[in-house]
Design a protein around this ligand. Sequence first.
Ligand code: FE
Ligand code: ZN
Ligand code: FE
Ligand code: FE
Length: 165
Amino acid sequence: MKLDSLETLFAGELADLRSAESQLIKALPKMAKAANSPKLKQAFEGHLEETKAQAERLDEIIQSLDRKVPSKKCKAMEGLIEEGSEVVSADGDPAVIDAALIASAQRVEHYEIAAYGCARTFAELLGLTDAAKLLEESLEEEKQADIKLTKVAKSIDNSLQAAAP
Ligand code: FE
Ligand code: ZN
Ligand code: FE
Ligand code: FE
């Protein structure tokens, strides 16, 4: 990889994010199916719709650039999803499984928050105002998704404590 300009770096970050979102479009339905609490199921289903829109925003930005964006695989997201799939296939106490799903999902959101934050800033530095705005929208959705997961986790925490011997 040759990182000779901020444009090159930005294009690579977009490709990484696009791959991450594609992988999540496949993974989130499995997380929703594995969730026991209706609130958690709803959170995953809602974020799946946002994720599809985020992928479209990235396509829009990629098409607006007058350079070729390489396609690549986000290996970090592959690893995070692989860990999540261990939870998806686990059996045990429903509330504990939900807590584990949230722990996996929040790792994903934090990764995305970091990636979108950087990509947004690179777009600003490059004077790509429209791209920066679109990336900021997705960044805000990822932050809200994380906050929502924390809220759902608190309700699960109550049922975990009630179930504790
Ligand atoms: Fe996303
Ligand atoms: Zn990545
Ligand atoms: Fe670590
Ligand atoms: Fe997300």
